[in-house]
Design a protein around this ligand. Structure first.
Ligand code: ADP
Ligand code: MG
Length: 284
């Protein structure tokens, strides 16, 4: 039998396989008074072949969730799977190998090596791992990223958007099952950001990849199939087929708090009868 799928997991697609999932995931930093609960019991399943955006205010746990799902960080409690493989309990060596073969990362800053060409940067992780690049796959990735005429350039000769596309190609070079991108457009102007977002979309639609992107930008989230909302270390909502407008509206609701503010003043009872506030009369 396959491992049980959590009934309450967010992000699941009906009948869809999970590329990664977590059950009752807790992550705390520090101890005692200084303890921070970064993730507070997260159940989530990342649908394979989908583009998932993880949204939420600064400090809500987005990066921590990504790090725990990707095996970049240990968890305090709960369980995490990458594909069918449970990663909680693996040692560092096993984790490193699993990540290298199955996960690609794109971060806010591209971290390209300045002395290497774009192509050398793209294949560097494979070279380090002693793996022979799949030329056909690389060709497809480079074509999708429209980097064919930039391969001999060094990072300083590329625009910010092109550099981030090289970082995307590097993340995809080993053909990982899952790509994690943490605010990949955070350092880019809107046009370069759009290039990267279109690519992540194409990676899902044309190359069959699974992408998880952390963002707080409604315009970026609109490229995803599903937006998950984190607040205070919990997944509090999700939205399929998000648009920039619907995401923005949802963010405004959350910013206002989980419940509407009470209309009656608190404190000592006012000496007026309870009931609705007087309304304005309609014209006419
Ligand atoms: P986000 O990516 O949504 O901005 P993070 O996942 O980075 O949020 O952080 C969630 C919470 O955990 C925050 O309160 C943050 O200060 C805390 N945190 C994150 N990383 C660490 C760390 N290495 N040590 C201590 N606290 C951390
Ligand atoms: Mg973050």
């Amino acid at each position: 039998m396959s491992t049980p799928v959590p009934g309450e997991a967010r992000g699941t697609t009906a009948g869809g396989e999970a590329a990664a999932r977590a059950v009752a995931l807790v992550k705390t930093y520090g101890t005692g008074e200084a303890q921070v609960v970064a993730l507070d019991g997260v159940d989530v399943a990342i649908g394979r072949g989908r583009f998932t955006a993880v949204m939420g205010p600064s400090g809500s746990g987005k990066s921590t969730l990504m790090h725990c799902l990707a095996g970049l960080d240990t968890v305090s409690a709960g369980r995490v799977w990458l594909g069918d493989r449970e990663i909680t309990g693996l040692d560092d060596r096993q984790l490193t190998r699993l990540r290298r073969d199955h996960v690609g990362f794109v971060f806010q800053s591209c971290n390209l090596l300045p002395t290497l060409t774009a192509e050398e940067n793209i294949t560097l992780p494979l070279d380090i791992a002693g793996r022979v690049p799949d030329r056909e796959w690389l060709h497809e990735v480079i074509g999708t990223l429209r980097l064919g005429d930039r391969l001999r350039h060094r990072p300083s000769q590329l625009s910010g958007g092109q550099q981030q596309r090289v970082a995307c190609a590097r993340a995809l070079a080993a053909r990982p099952a899952l790509i994690f991108a943490d605010e990949p457009t955070g350092n880019l102007d809107s046009r370069s950001g759009l290039e990267v977002l279109r690519f992540l979309r194409a990676a899902v639609d044309d190359l069959g990849q699974t992408v998880v992107m952390v963002t707080h930008d409604p315009n970026a989230a609109a490229h995803a199939d599903l937006a998950l909302y984190l607040a205070d270390g919990r997944i509090v909502d999700e939205m399929t087929r998000p648009t920039a407008e619907s995401v923005l509206r949802r963010m405004q609701v959350f910013a206002a708090g989980p419940r509407p503010a009470p209309t009656a003043p608190t404190g000592p009872a006012p000496d007026r009868p309870p009931g609705p506030a007087p309304r304005h009369h309609r014209n006419g």
